[in-house]
Design a protein around this ligand. Structure first.
Ligand code: NAI
Length: 286
């Protein structure tokens, strides 16, 4: 039987989530995705209208399919956690069962189990503000959407993950080096995500035999990155200063994710794996 993957954080064909879905599909996996509730309608209609057909093409000429798109808001663990204003929000009221617990339950009912879990989502409402000017609310929101969301996903999905399964998230160098402009507590959220990668690797490794890694990716012009506002500068900085001067392709991260999700990586867990053209290794820009 082929492997089945659930990828949380796909709402268009521009980000890392899509590239990971494509690389896993290319390696023969069945693809399920979790899409942020407010982005669900446009993503599904774009899919239906063929807007992503060009990027659905695999190297062998066939097009990969997404077996099912699940609405998801990874900021909420159970229905009891959803406040009234969200429940009654027009963009949420049209969908149901989108808390983490309910999505895991639905995947279990629909497919039984998965082999690969990918967390490719982040949100920091105050990301454009320096840390010193970030509110407590904004900081905690960044941690909730970008870090705890992963703890929660793994908590609810681990019981339906087959032995030997693999789990992945996406992180960024700003967790360990100063990247002015990556604010709002997002640098803190990535530091938490990387630390949690180690602790969770131990906990779900011992309990379920699941591996947990995170890919520290170089800059990509995704929807989320464009919202931060300095992505062109980051790409320029990387091509000028990294050991490899090519621009990062989302497929580079997709391929690394496919490797880490495969038995080829069966002894790799608790790791931060850099897929950034080597930029992290530089100490002095030349
Ligand atoms: P993206 O915009 O393609 O992906 C982010 C996704 O998160 C979107 O689909 C958005 O709808 C979803 N999302 C936001 N809040 C959510 C919530 N509460 N529940 C469910 N989904 C939610 O952008 P990108 O850049 O591909 O981001 C994927 C991951 O890669 C993120 O963790 C990001 O921090 C990381 N990353 C991105 C880099 C870049 O330069 N683009 C560099 C290094 C890491």
């Amino acid at each position: 039987r082929g492997k089945r993957a659930f990828i949380a954080g796909v709402a268009d064909d521009q980000g890392f989530g899509w590239a990971i879905a494509k690389a896993l599909a290319s390696a023969g996996a069945e693809i399920l995705v979790g899409t942020w509730v407010p982005a669900l309608n446009i993503f599904e209609s774009s899919l239906r209208r063929g807007k992503f057909d060009e990027s659905r093409k695999l190297a062998n000429g066939s097009m990969f399919d997404i077996a099912k798109v699940y609405p998801l808001d990874a900021v909420f663990d159970t229905p009891e956690d959803v406040p009234e204003d969200i429940k009654n929000n027009k963009r949420y009221a049209g969908s149901s069962k989108w808390t983490v617990q309910e999505v895991a339950e639905s995947v279990k009912n629909d497919f039984g189990s998965i082999d690969i879990l990918v967390h490719s989502l982040a949100n920091g409402p105050e990301v454009t503000k320096p840390l010193l000017e970030t509110s407590r609310k904004g900081y905690l929101a960044a941690i909730s959407a970008s870090s705890y969301s992963y703890v929660s996903l793994l908590k609810y999905f681990a019981p339906i993950m087959n032995p030997g399964s693999s789990s992945l998230s996406l992180t960024y160098l700003a967790s360990e080096r100063i990247i002015p402009g990556y604010g709002g507590g997002m640098s803190s959220a990535k530091a938490a995500l990387e630390s949690d990668t180690r602790v969770l690797a131990f906990e779900v490794g011992r309990k379920h035999g699941i591996r947990v890694n995170t890919i520290s990716a170089g800059p990509l012009r995704s929807r989320a990155a464009k919202a931060i506002g300095f992505i062109d500068k980051m790409i320029e900085y990387s091509t000028a200063n990294a050991p490899l001067t090519k621009e990062l392709d989302s497929g580079d991260v997709g391929n690394a994710a496919a490797f880490l999700s495969s038995p080829l990586a069966s002894a790799i867990t608790g790791s931060v794996v850099y897929v950034d053209n080597g930029l992290n290794a530089m100490g002095l820009a030349v």
